[in-house]
Write a protein that binds this ligand. Structure first.
Ligand code: ADP
Ligand code: MG
Length: 750
């Protein structure tokens, strides 16, 4: 029953962790308290039983402004939801009231203020209430960061409705808040659920901040259409960032507590509805916004604690498609936080704030441990489950292949020497000017142009030297004592570096394609250029459907749904129903539109469509790929390589003939293969050799595999081979192995 409902109503193939357990408990009329991360899928835990049970489920949700979105989202799945709040016209309220009495409503969303009203409670008592669902339940706790006095009224539910079960949900993980919630809501022997806080589709990255707006522009050039949130520390910075983005032609809006309610609501609504791509905001923004296609969350400054950081980054990628969480870090930004924390009057509160800040520093500054490990440790989770020095999350800058570390001992020594020779009396600006040999007033005034270190770093731009200093601050090679005047001072480890007793390393970030670093088995293959054009077309369709229905686009379909549809190009309703996120009801509402949009794309480029399309076996949800076909769209240089290969030349011969490196030739095959060109693995590998390489990859990622990750990391595999495999060959083999693997994963979708 519940599986059928999951497929029919929501169009999902399987439950997310803990959902089934919770749904069953609610159906058995047991109280529930569930802590699940943002994007964990809490809504389904009460929406599904609400749909199944006879009667009305009362959902308490904190923000009236967002209730309409929640109701709309439920309704597009065919769940009869309604809301009663002060913004609803009386006439409408009366209608809802009588529908309630006719037992026609599955879910009633109300605000906590509503509940604190005797007449309303009496009215509720006349209804057939199946259970109460309390969303964002941490709002009841004064220990929580979102405490709302109105929520206190909810402790009356258990008294007024002693026979009605209560299910409470939160993403706030601290034990203190959890205990408080259970106690204040007076839950009776509740099912306690605590989901893992790991969000495998989020990629965590910390970047030294050099010039935020410049770095932001570079990031956005790579994500020109993605929707995202940029958190900034102050209203002023929010305004600046929004204005900068608008000047650059992005659709961006600000959001902060200094704006009028009306403006805030309008901007939030625009973001929700994809009418605005980017919101620049203070942390006032985000709670209760269920927009699922947020592709990045950027922090322009250090947040004040990990809890908050995790909530904010958690707003990315709820649809479980890859999303990026990027923190721009500069030690000097944290001084202000430190100053505020130190200003807290209450001794205990001050201590906690400083301690939390310390943990946040540690997260940002840490250069020797996986980011996910640090985050999850904060929530009391051990990750990876086994004690191991092997890092394997594959989803953070530290663990991914693209985190290339470089030795920067000599540049560090140059900086340190400049600091020492100027008596540890100057800030980063002056030190950089000395090293780069700038001719400024201040340089001449202090005769810094006579120092031996003057101009020793001319060969590199100032931004590079600033990054070196920032990393040194982050690693506490340097520190600054007075937050007001950030003067650089040496620490003991600086002295060791200066004397050459210690190396200094920096992470060098190389952006790569997102697909390169994706890890989980549930991951979808990347879209071909044709697939991408279908995705765009469907995205536009989603937008116009959303505008017509006056609901946010994510309510219609999430990005995962579009991605699957663009990949598998369903041709009829049966195939459409196999796509995640499309249930009977939605297929009925929008099916025709999607199918005809897909057909249009396919008709426009039938050859590309055929290559791109994965054949679809109805009912089983299995996707099988047709044999790759030779295809145009390959650059002349790749064509040349393929031509020579076709004539029977080996890789070595091609490399010699074309005066290219072997690696380049390999990369030609990779590109060709990815754009659908049939490359036969047997021209490169005997089946035995390929099997052997497969084993090296598997050996080097055993621990990851136990945790359900499939990693294809080159370095460990090369190492595991003990000298029998080089990078070029590993890379080429990986291309075949990965394909074989994803084929296998797709074949095994239940
Ligand atoms: P939360 O309230 O816990 O932050 P939501 O209830 O908003 O999370 O769900 C986040 C996203 O996950 C939504 O887009 C929802 O459609 C999707 N989702 C929930 N459950 C599943 C599931 N079993 N399979 C696929 N997607 C799901
Ligand atoms: Mg939610």
């Amino acid at each position: 029953m519940i599986f059928r409902q999951l497929a029919e109503t929501f169009g999902f193939r399987s439950f997310r962790p803990h959902q089934e357990e919770i749904v069953r408990a609610v159906l058995n009329r047991r109280d529930v308290f569930a802590v699940m991360p943002t994007g964990g899928g809490k809504s389904l835990c009460y929406q599904l039983p609400a749909k199944i049970m006879d009667g009305v489920c009362v959902v308490v949700s904190p923000l009236i402004a967002l209730m309409k979105d929640q109701v709309d989202a439920a309704r597009t799945n065919g769940i009869n939801a309604a809301t009663l709040n002060s913004t609803i016209p009386l006439e409408e309220q009366r209608k809802i009231g009588s529908a309630l009495h006719r037992n026609e409503i599955d879910m009633l969303y109300i605000s906590p203020e509503r509940f604190n009203n005797e007449r309303f409670i009496e009215r509720l008592k006349t209804l057939n209430i199946t259970f109460f669902a309390i969303d964002e339940a941490h709002c009841i706790s004064e220990w929580g960061h979102d405490f709302r006095p109105d929520y206190l009224a909810l402790s009356r539910i258990a008294e007024e409705f002693p026979n009605t079960p209560l299910a409470a949900f939160t993403a706030t993980a601290t034990a203190r808040v959890s205990d408080d919630i259970v106690c204040r809501l007076k839950l009776r022997n509740p099912l306690l659920v605590r989901a893992s806080f790991n969000r495998p589709n989020l990629f965590y990255r910390v970047v030294p901040k050099i010039n935020f707006h410049q770095q932001l522009r570079e990031f956005l050039q790579k994500h020109p259409k993605d929707s995202g949130i940029i958190y900034r520390q102050s209203r002023k910075k929010v305004e600046e960032t929004a204005a900068m983005l608008q000047r650059e032609g992005y659709s961006a809006l600000p959001y902060h507590a200094g704006m009028s309610d009306e403006d805030r609501h309008r901007n939030q609504d625009a973001f929700s509805k994809d009418a605005c791509q980017i919101v620049a905001a203070t942390i006032a923004f985000g709670m209760g916004i269920d927009k699922s296609n947020v592709r990045f969350v950027i922090h322009g400054e250090l947040p004040k604690n990990i809890e908050g950081y995790y909530q904010e980054t958690g707003r990315a990628g709820r649809d479980s498609e890859p999303a990026e969480c990027m923190l721009f870090y500069s030690r000097s930004d944290s001084f202000i936080l430190e100053k505020f924390a130190k200003d807290i009057e209450d001794t205990q509160a001050r201590k906690i704030a400083l301690q939390q800040l310390q943990q946040m520093f540690h997260y940002a500054e840490n250069q020797s441990e996986c980011r996910r490990t640090v985050l999850l440790r904060y929530f009391g989770e051990q990750y990876p489950k086994h004690q191991s020095s092997l890092t394997l999350c594959g989803g953070c800058d530290y663990c991914s292949d693209d985190a290339e570390k470089e030795d920067a001992t000599i540049p560090a020594q140059k900086i340190l020497s400049a600091i020492v020779r100027t008596g540890e009396k100057f800030g980063a600006g002056q030190i950089v000017d000395i090293v780069t040999g700038s001719n400024t007033e201040k340089i001449r005034q202090f005769h810094h142009d006579t120092l031996p270190t003057y101009g020793v770093g001319k060969d590199k731009p100032k931004t590079y030297w600033k990054a070196v200093i920032n990393t040194m601050l982050a690693k506490e090679v340097l520190n600054t004592e007075d937050p007001e005047r950030p003067i650089l001072k040496l620490t003991d480890s600086a002295r060791s570096i200066l004397k050459g007793r210690r190396r200094f390393e920096m992470i060098k970030f190389l952006e790569k394609e997102q697909k390169e670093r994706r890890l989980s088995a549930a991951e979808l293959p990347a879209l071909s250029p044709f697939g991408q054009s279908v995705f765009e077309k469907l995205r536009e369709l989603r937008m116009s459907l959303a505008q017509e229905a006056n609901v946010p686009p994510y309510v219609i379909f999430n990005d995962r749904t579009l991605h699957e549809a663009a990949l598998f190009l369903p041709q009829d309703k049966t195939e459409l129903l196999q796509i995640s996120g499309i249930g009977e009801y939605k297929a009925g509402l929008y099916g025709k539109h999607i199918l005809s949009a897909i057909q249009e794309c396919c008709a426009a480029d039938s050859e590309a469509a055929e290559t791109s399309r994965k054949t679809f076996t109805p009912f089983s949800g299995r996707f099988a790929e047709p044999p790759a076909k030779q295809k145009g769209g390959i650059t002349p240089t790749i064509e040349e390589t393929l031509h020579l290969f076709g004539q029977g030349n080996s890789i070595e011969q091609i490399a010699a003939l074309r005066q290219l490196s072997k690696g380049t030739v390999y990369s030609h095959f990779e590109d060709a293969y990815q754009s659908g060109y049939a490359v036969d693995s047997e021209r490169f590998f005997t089946p035995e050799r390929l099997a052997q390489i497969r084993e090296w990859f598997a050996d080097s990622a055993k621990e990851a595999a136990e945790l359900g990750f499939t990693l294809w990391r080159l370095k460990p595999a090369v190492e595991a081979s003990g000298g029998q495999l080089d990078y070029d060959e590993a890379r080429l083999a990986r291309m075949f192995l990965q394909k074989e693997h994803s084929q296998h994963a797709l074949d095994n979708i239940p």
